[in-house]
Design a protein around this ligand. Structure first.
Ligand code: TXA
Ligand code: MG
Length: 361
C-alpha cells in the first residue's frame, strides 16, 4: 500500500485534503491525522472492520481499547450512555483539549474499539484539522497514537511515516504536535474520578473541578487502563534514569556516564539546556530544552527518545525531574522507558550507580 501525505496548515485548514481523509474514514479505511497531543491513527469507531485495521496497522494487542474522538457535545450523546451530570462543567472547561474522559459506552460504538469493555474513553481534540476531519466524516473516530506498538508516540509527521509508511493509505501532515505527550485519561465511572494516565491536564488542574480526584494506576495485575499493563516504549539501549534537582543531577549523571564509557560502552545522554554544558563534548547528548520550560521539554520528549535510538548508543543515561504538574507527566513517560531508576536522595544512591554500571557497562 502506498501512503499519501497531504499537508494541511492548521491555521488555515484547506478542505480538499480533509475531505479526502473523511472519505477514507467513511469507507472504513485508516487515516493518520494531527492532534494537539500526538498524531492519531483514526478509523470509524462504529465499524468493527475499520477498527480492526487500526489494531493491525499498529500491531497492537486487541484487548487494549482505543480513545473515541468527537467534535461536538451533541456527538457525545451518541457515543456515551448516561453521561453523569458532574461532567458538564469539566467538559465545558477542558474540551476541546487534551483530556480524555471514560464513560459508560453506548451501543453505537463498536466493541472492537473498546476491546469489549462496557466503558468508552472519549476526547474532543483541540486541533482544527482533527475537528474538521471528525465533522466531515460524520463519524466518531477511534484513534490510538499513530506509532507502531512499543515505539514512542509520534509528535512529528516524520515519526508517523517512519512507523506507518506502506501500512496506511493517508497521512494528514499538520506539522508538529503542540503538547507532545498523550492526553490525560480520567475515569469518570469511578467515584471519586480517577486519573489513569497523567497528561497535559494535571492533577493540580483538575482538583478544583473534580472533588477528590486521585491518581490511580490500578494495582499490579489489575490495571485500570488496559494499556498500562503493556510495556510502553522501551528504547533499544537500557535507559538509566537519574532523578535530581537542577544543581545536583549532572553531578550524579557524569560519573556514571564516565564509568560506562571507560567500560567500553557508547553512552548517550538525555539532558537539559542547563546541564548540557556540564557534560564533556565527547559524550553525545540530546537536550530536552530548558528545565524551566517544562511544556517545551514535554513537546521534545518523544522526538529526543527517537533520536537516541537512531544514534545507536549502547546505553542511555537520562536526567529525571522532581516536581508535580507537567513535570510529573514527563516523569511518568520517562519511568516507563527506563530499565533502572535512581531516585533523588536515595540513601544508597552511590551504591546503586556503581551497581548499574556493573550490570550495563
Ligand atoms: O492524546 C491522546 O490521547 C492520543 C491522541 C491520538 O488522541 N491517543 C492515545 O491513544 O494516546 P492510545 O490508544 O495510545 O492510549 C489510550 C489509553 C490506553 O492506555 C488505553 O488502555 C486507555 O487509554 N483506555 C482506552 N479506553 C479505555 C477504557 N474504556 N477504560 C480504561 N482505559 C481505557
Ligand atoms: Mg499509544
Amino acid at each position: 500500500m502506498k501512503t499519501s501525505v497531504l499537508r494541511v496548515d492548521p491555521l488555515q485548514p484547506e478542505t480538499a485534503p480533509i475531505m479526502r481523509a473523511a472519505e477514507l474514514i467513511r469507507r472504513g479505511e485508516v487515516v493518520a491525522f494531527p492532534t494537539e497531543t500526538v498524531y492519531g491513527l483514526g478509523a470509524d469507531a462504529t465499524s468493527a472492520s475499520a477498527v480492526d485495521k487500526v489494531y493491525q496497522a499498529k500491531g497492537r494487542p486487541s484487548d487494549n481499547p482505543l480513545i473515541v474522538h468527537i467534535a461536538s457535545f451533541q456527538q457525545l450523546r451518541s457515543v456515551v450512555r448516561n453521561p453523569p451530570e458532574r461532567v458538564r462543567e469539566l467538559a465545558a472547561y477542558y474540551w476541546p483539549g487534551p483530556l480524555t474522559l471514560i464513560f459508560e459506552k453506548s451501543a453505537s460504538i463498536s466493541d472492537a474499539a473498546t476491546a469489549g469493555l462496557g466503558s468508552v474513553a472519549v476526547r474532543m481534540p483541540a486541533h482544527p484539522v482533527a475537528l474538521e476531519l471528525i465533522r466531515r466524516s460524520g463519524r466518531p473516530i477511534a484513534a490510538p497514537s499513530a506509532n507502531l506498538s512499543g515505539r514512542p508516540s509520534p509528535t512529528l509527521p516524520e515519526h508517523v511515516l517512519a512507523d506507518m509508511e506502506g501500512r496506511i493509505p493517508l497521512l494528514l501532515d499538520g506539522g508538529p504536535a503542540t503538547y507532545g505527550v498523550e492526553s490525560t485519561v480520567l475515569d469518570m465511572t469511578a467515584d471519586p474520578p480517577m486519573i489513569l494516565r497523567p497528561g497535559p491536564v494535571t492533577a493540580e488542574d483538575l482538583a478544583p473541578l473534580v472533588d477528590g480526584v486521585a491518581f490511580g494506576g490500578g494495582t499490579e495485575g489489575q490495571p485500570r487502563a488496559p494499556g498500562m499493563k503493556y510495556t510502553h516504549y522501551a528504547p533499544k539501549a537500557p535507559l538509566l534514569l537519574v532523578v535530581g534537582g537542577a544543581n545536583s543531577v549532572a553531578d550524579k549523571m557524569l560519573p556514571v556516564a564516565r564509568l560506562k564509557v571507560s567500560g567500553g560502552a557508547t553512552v548517550g545522554l538525555l539532558c537539559t539546556d542547563e546541564t548540557l554544558e556540564r557534560f564533556p563534548p565527547d559524550i553525545p547528548a540530546v537536550s530536552l530544552g530548558s528545565r524551566f520550560a517544562p511544556y517545551g521539554m514535554a513537546k521534545n520528549l518523544y522526538a529526543s527518545l527517537r533520536k537516541l535510538d537512531e544514534m545507536g548508543v549502547g546505553s542511555i543515561v537520562a536526567e529525571g525531574f522532581t516536581g508535580d504538574g507537567i513535570y510529573a507527566t514527563i516523569m511518568n513517560r520517562l519511568r516507563k522507558a527506563a530499565s533502572e531508576i535512581i531516585e533523588d536522595g536515595a540513601a544508597d544512591e552511590v551504591r546503586q550507580l556503581t551497581e548499574s554500571v556493573r550490570r550495563h557497562p
